[in-house]
Design a protein around this ligand. Structure first.
Ligand code: HEM
Length: 389
């Protein structure tokens, strides 16, 4: 069967700013499409994306999950760019501090910090919600938990931005610029003098104990460390900004939340379904595999377009409606299968304590102008002017 081609460029600035019509086009063309002349394949239907992410035997991550070869070369051997058995080992170590039991101990502190910050910004007039609110917990607590020394900690946001931008298509000028910054990050993290400067008791310091004990090679520890540094900030920051914007522009949903704060976790999941930060990650076909009626050749690179799957009308009724009463727990905003976001529980915790505090202290969220971030792989606001009444 001939595989249809999506002519709309998913990475054109206007499409990235408002991609949902293009995502519908992608879904309607079929279970699998070619992306213009790029040589990449893409899928946008929920069932296919879920099945692909669950099938690491046929769809491998070991050749990187980005959309260009240079970045895929950089990420090879990191947890996100590995298959079992390597991945299984990585995941066990990486996930250690992110287990529900460990996170339960963090909850009280995060809730207190969220409450304090929301009270500081309520009723003060216009603020940039990205700077004053969305960044607060990730920068204050998460970067501290990761445990880089201050010169690294202060560069984490820059690295996070570059980490995602470096994953875009080869022809995008942002990709090339970001790759330079990534090289800087890798050099910093792999510097053999760094571990002595990790914050005592932090995730990085704990990781390094395994190296000292001889349980883990230093190279592997550097690869794991990258999994803490690049994806732990921007993702959650963007998600909180979008959540605020959605609640401000959907007053009926905000009213439901004010009337029943138990809906907070449902609302967070629905926001991640409706407009989550990740635009998509890729896999490489390891042996000929059938998708719909099409046979994909060995070596084909397939992009799983997560936000397209999250708006699939084959899976969700009225998918373009932000509905906080919907059960959206099976959204693929955190991916799926063995690579499902290892920080997902932490992100949910950060987002729920923030929203709890907002629901408690804010009567109305008023939004003014905003600017979308220029990011090829993440979607969110760079700035978002709001007034919290
Ligand atoms: C709302 C916030 C977040 C979103 C939407 C998100 C999204 C994702 C997605 C879609 C994947 C799967 C990538 C793939 O299949 O190739 C992923 C993997 C990953 N995420 Fe997140 N993420 C978030 C927060 C975090 C946080 C806070 C951390 C770190 C503490 C983190 C660390 C990771 C790591 C290390 C992986 C790779 C896991 C593996 O390969 O087994 N993420 N994330």
């Amino acid at each position: 069967m001939k595989i249809p081609t999506l002519d709309t460029d998913l990475f054109a600035p206007a499409v990235m700013a408002d991609p949902f019509d293009a995502y519908r086009e992608l879904r309607d063309l079929g279970p699998i499409c070619l992306l213009g002349e790029t040589g990449l394949y893409a899928m946008g239907r929920h069932a296919d994306v879920k099945a692909t992410l669950a099938n690491w035997h046929d769809f491998s991550s070991a050749q990187g999950v980005a959309l260009n070869d240079i970045c895929n070369g950089f990420m090879r051997g990191t947890p996100i760019a590995s298959d079992p058995p390597d991945h299984t080992k990585f995941r066990e170590i990486l996930g250690g501090p992110l287990q529900p039991k460990q996170l339960a101990q963090l909850r009280g502190r995060l809730a207190e910090l969220a409450d304090e910050r929301v009270q500081e910004v309520v009723g003060v007039g216009r603020i940039d919600a990205m700077l004053e609110l969305a960044r607060h917990l990730p920068l204050r607590v998460i970067s501290e938990l990761v445990g880089l020394p201050d010169d690294g900690r202060s560069r984490m946001l820059k690295w996070a931005d570059a980490g995602f931008n470096s994953m875009g298509p080869a022809h995008d000028p942002r990709t090339e610029q970001a790759l330079g910054t990534m090289a800087e990050m890798v050099a910093y993290i792999c510097n053999p003098d760094l571990p002595a400067r990790f914050r005592e008791g932090s995730w990085s310091a704990e990781l390094w104990k395994s190296v000292t004990k001889g349980d883990l090679m230093a190279d592997a520890a550097c690869q794991i460390l990258q999994g803490y540094v690049t994806p732990s900030l921007d993702t959650t920051i963007f998600a909180l900004g979008t959540l605020l914007h959605l609640l401000a522009t959907n007053p009926n949903e905000w009213r439901k939340l004010k009337e029943n704060s138990k809906l907070v976790p449902k609302c967070v999941n629905e926001a991640l379904r409706f407009d989550g930060p990740g635009r998509g990650f890729s896999r490489v076909v390891r042996r000929e595999v059938q998708v719909g009626d099409a046979i994909l050749p060995v070596g084909a690179r397939v992009v799983t377009v997560l936000p397209a799957a999250n708006r699939d009308e084959r899976r969700y009724e009225n998918p373009d409606k932000f509905d906080i009463l919907r059960d959206a727990t099976d959204h693929v905003g955190f991916g799926g299968g063995i690579h499902r976001c290892v920080g997902g529980n932490l992100a949910m915790l950060e987002l729920t304590v923030m929203l709890d505090a907002i629901v408690k202290h804010v009567s109305e969220i008023e939004v003014f102008e905003y600017k979308l971030a220029e990011n090829t792989v993440l979607r969110g606001f760079e700035s978002l002017s709001v007034c919290l009444h």
